[in-house]
Design a protein around this ligand. Structure first.
Ligand SMILES: [Zn+2]
Ligand SMILES: [Zn+2]
Length: 365
């Protein structure tokens, strides 16, 4: 799916002020917040989309490079996660962190696990056929000893008295009230008196997990596969993050790829090019016969249909384009030399031929 324009996402003009951008984002964030839309992936996507747009447009440096270069601008430098993994932060910066604090004072204690990125290199052949792959991923998982609570078996964490479990305390300053992280529980909202020994009270432990993924045929470098719920485990029973597998298709020694089409070169001798011939052309998964007509010039490109890459998630295949390259022999047998000498005596090339003159022009232009 193509990325939407950030201004369009936030429904603001390209000249919108910082305040307008903030206001627009706030409206969207409240509307699509996952807490208000449980089990609604569409709302979650919208929420993330808005957060990503805001993270760029609220930063004057990122915004100006986005204005000039579009999505390309921040794609490389900004890292993988545009900063929405910790959704709580976004609200804290507006100072209305308590807005969603109505779920029995547990706002800060439940957190979604981080998304994980896994870079995987595959061959062009595998990209063409698709592949089942097993990945070994080290990650933080919910501790099974304490079921993620961090408290030793048979005990429970106690709600922090200072903040009544919200993890934040209100600090009054004149007309304004400011929310601050509770100093008694460090924002956790609860205090663990006897921590679980296995995870040392963290509620999560590092484990290596083998995950099987199906790489569909037709993927390209940069294709991302999302494996829902296979990222890091959540904190205090929060949902796990997602795993993103980012694919890199290795360069191939024979084929160059552009979208669904493949490009390569095939050598022919002078005799084959002059007389015409049926030659064998290497394809990604075998060989194809190619008829070249008599009088074929070096550099002529032939198309071998449906021998390119498959379309991702769709039907049909691209084509293979091969450029015929005339090979001059470096050594000659006695007989070859004799025949070529005979040919040289009688051959007659028209150097005033238009196409030849064009070629010369192209070499030096
Ligand atoms: Zn534990
Ligand atoms: Zn507290």
């Amino acid at each position: 799916m193509a990325k939407r324009d950030y201004y369009e996402v936030l429904s603001v003009t390209r000249t919108a002020t910082e305040v307008e951008i903030k206001k627009a984002y706030r409206t969207l964030a409240v509307q699509h917040h996952p807490d208000k839309n449980p089990n609604n992936p569409e709302a979650e996507d919208k929420f993330k989309e808005a957060a990503e747009a805001y993270s760029v447009l609220s930063d004057s440096e990122k915004r100006s490079s986005y204005d000039r270069f579009g999505h390309q601008a921040n794609a490389q430098g900004a890292g993988f996660d545009p900063g929405y993994s910790n959704i709580e932060d976004i609200f804290d910066m507006f100072g209305f962190g308590d807005m969603f604090g109505q779920r029995q004072g547990r706002r800060t204690t439940v957190q979604r696990g981080s998304d994980l990125r896994y870079d995987l290199e595959i061959t062009l052949e595998n990209a063409a056929t698709g592949k089942d792959e097993k990945l070994r991923i080290p990650r933080l998982e919910k501790c099974d000893e304490c079921n993620g609570s961090g408290a030793e078996k048979g005990t429970t964490a106690e709600t922090c008295i200072t903040c009544a479990g919200s993890g934040q305390t209100r600090y009054q300053q004149g007309f304004f009230s400011v929310m601050r992280t509770c100093a008694n529980c460090n924002g956790a909202g609860r205090i663990i008196k006897s921590p679980c020994k296995k995870c040392k009270g963290q509620g999560r432990i590092e484990k290596e997990k083998t995950i099987e993924i199906k790489i569909p045929a037709g993927v390209e470098t940069g294709s991302r596969l999302r494996v829902t719920g296979e990222g890091e485990g959540g904190v205090n029973g929060g949902p796990a993050g997602d795993l993103f597998v980012v694919l890199h298709v290795a360069e191939h020694e024979r084929f160059e790829r552009q979208g669904a089409n493949l490009y390569s070169a095939v050598p022919v001798t002078f005799a084959q090019a002059a007389l015409g011939a049926e030659i064998k052309v290497q394809t990604l998964d075998g060989e194809e016969d190619l008829k070249i007509p008599s009088g074929t010039q070096t550099g002529t490109v032939f198309r071998i249909k449906a021998n390119g890459m498959p379309a991702l998630g769709g039907r049909g295949k691209g084509d293979l384009f091969v450029a015929v390259t005339l090979i001059t022999p470096k050594t000659l047998s006695k007989e070859q030399r004799k025949l070529l000498e005979q040919l040289a005596e009688i051959e007659d090339v028209d150097f005033t031929d238009e196409s030849f003159i064009d070629k010369v022009r192209n070499i030096f232009s």
